[in-house]
Design a protein around this ligand. Structure first.
Ligand code: SF4
Length: 432
């Protein structure tokens, strides 16, 4: 039996694309994990449709597809074309779990929730010719003995760095309105046994890797034990983490000592009112500068994330945020236009208020305005986004931030150059 797993593409966005030379960013673990959960008597192929065209004449028995919201139009097209050839299609993931009825118009079966719990049953039913339309996980999976993703099935040549990614935890104790993590992975912060994580990392063939966790310091005691165990491996790594890490000097120290060279932090907004409204009031805008200094002093580079178009934002938000980034010497930043992803509180609220103006999922890549903002026009929001991206990544501004000190300069320059490539693809805006 042949299973083809497809990662679809999105041509509009600035994230998750492959470059002209066919290089991609971080490996997503979803399809390699599904491949690992598939019994070994199956022939499994992972096709990255961002880099290679889909061959609809290929001999396959069943196709599995998952993707981000922005990739769903392509995912549905791939699904429709295979189904027209009589091939069964199974879809899953965060978007599909939030919109199963929509996905069922294109798939023979959908998986709602974490696939680990139902994948065997799906394949057994398929083999018996008894595939059902819906498979619901019903609860969250235990993170003991997790399947080790089949990285051997990936096209290694597509990744310069970022090939080795690993997940140690799932879920988030917080519930920020715009985020899909809690609705999919739950409130409970689940952790893998430390030794299993370390064993997986020891199997990497590079000295560099990335934790794809949403918040690696979500349970500080676990994080400290993990970092202690990483020290002897002498590797370098990065992760997403909450700014709360700056409050714990031991945690910061271990993060750096274990090879944590950079951290991705969701600052989201400099307005405390915005933070409170999105249920992220535990992020203290007032304390940002001090926290950044502490993280820098520990020797860790910061990649900050900001969201624009929140209800308290007016058109000054772009200049204010840019000034803040330059003043604090933030090493790099990424920007997002508020996007109402299905399944989130933001989606329900904007839907109720009649403010969602575009439902073309291809535009849901956080770089296009798909809702009516309150404090500025749609044009002002879109232009401001382009302006701050391009302005943050001029050579002059990259150098100003990167030269804040000799330590970690290699990472700063590399991060900035990759963001500059994205920025240069955006339209130039003369003023805001
Ligand atoms: S944005 Fe971050 S902190 Fe907020 S719910 Fe999502 S993962 Fe948790």
């Amino acid at each position: 039996m042949k299973l083809l797993l497809v990662l679809p593409k999105n041509e509009r966005g600035f994230w998750g694309k492959v470059s002209k030379s066919g290089k991609a960013g971080l490996v997503r673990l979803n399809l390699p994990t599904i491949a690992a959960l598939t019994p070994r008597d199956w022939d499994v192929e992972i096709l990255d449709a961002r880099a290679r065209p889909v061959d609809y004449n290929a001999k396959v028995d069943v196709v599995g597809i998952t993707g981000f919201t922005a990739e769903m139009p392509d995912a549905y097209e791939v699904a429709d074309r295979f189904r027209n050839k009589g091939v069964k299609v199974i879809m899953g993931g965060v978007h599909v779990s939030a919109m199963p009825e929509e996905a069922l118009a294109h798939a023979d079966a959908v998986i709602i929730g974490e696939a680990e719990l139902v994948w065997h049953k799906v394949l057994e039913d398929f083999k018996r010719g008894e595939l059902k339309p819906r498979y619901e996980a019903g609860h969250l999976c235990d993170m003991k003995n997790m399947a080790i993703p089949r990285r051997d099935l990936l096209d290694r040549g597509m990744y310069v760095t970022g090939f080795n990614t690993v997940q140690a935890t799932r879920g988030c104790p917080f519930n920020c309105d715009y985020c899909t993590v809690t609705s999919f992975f739950g409130h409970e912060f689940r952790v893998r046994p430390l030794d299993e994580v370390i064993e997986e990392i020891k199997g990497f063939d590079t000295k560099e890797f990335f934790f794809v966790d949403d918040n690696i310091v979500g349970r500080p005691r676990y994080a400290k034990e993990l970092f202690e165990k990483l020290i002897p491996l002498k590797m370098t790594w990065g992760s997403q983490a909450s700014i709360t890490m700056a409050k714990d000097p031991k945690l910061l120290n271990l993060y750096a000592k274990s090879g944590g060279k950079y951290v991705f932090i969701g600052f989201e907004s400099l307005s405390q009112k915005n933070l409170e409204k999105m249920h992220k009031g535990w992020n203290s805008a007032k304390g940002y500068k001090e926290a950044i200094k502490k993280i820098h002093d520990a020797g860790i580079n910061i990649l900050g994330s900001f969201v624009f178009g929140l209800d308290e934002d007016d058109k000054n938000v772009f200049k204010n945020t840019f000034d803040f980034i330059m003043e604090t010497g933030m090493d790099a930043a990424q920007f997002h236009i508020l996007t109402p992803f299905p399944g989130t509180v933001t989606y329900s609220v904007l839907e109720k208020e009649g403010r969602i103006i575009d439902r073309d999922w291809a535009k849901y890549h956080t770089g296009e305005v798909v809702f009516q903002p309150k404090g500025m026009t749609i044009d002002e929001l879109q232009s401001g986004y382009y302006w701050i991206f391009r302005n943050t990544y001029t050579i002059k501004n990259i150098l100003k931030r990167s030269l804040r000190g000799p330590k970690g300069i290699k990472y700063r320059i590399a991060m900035n150059l990759s963001y500059r490539k994205k920025a240069l693809r955006m339209p130039e805006v003369s003023g805001i």
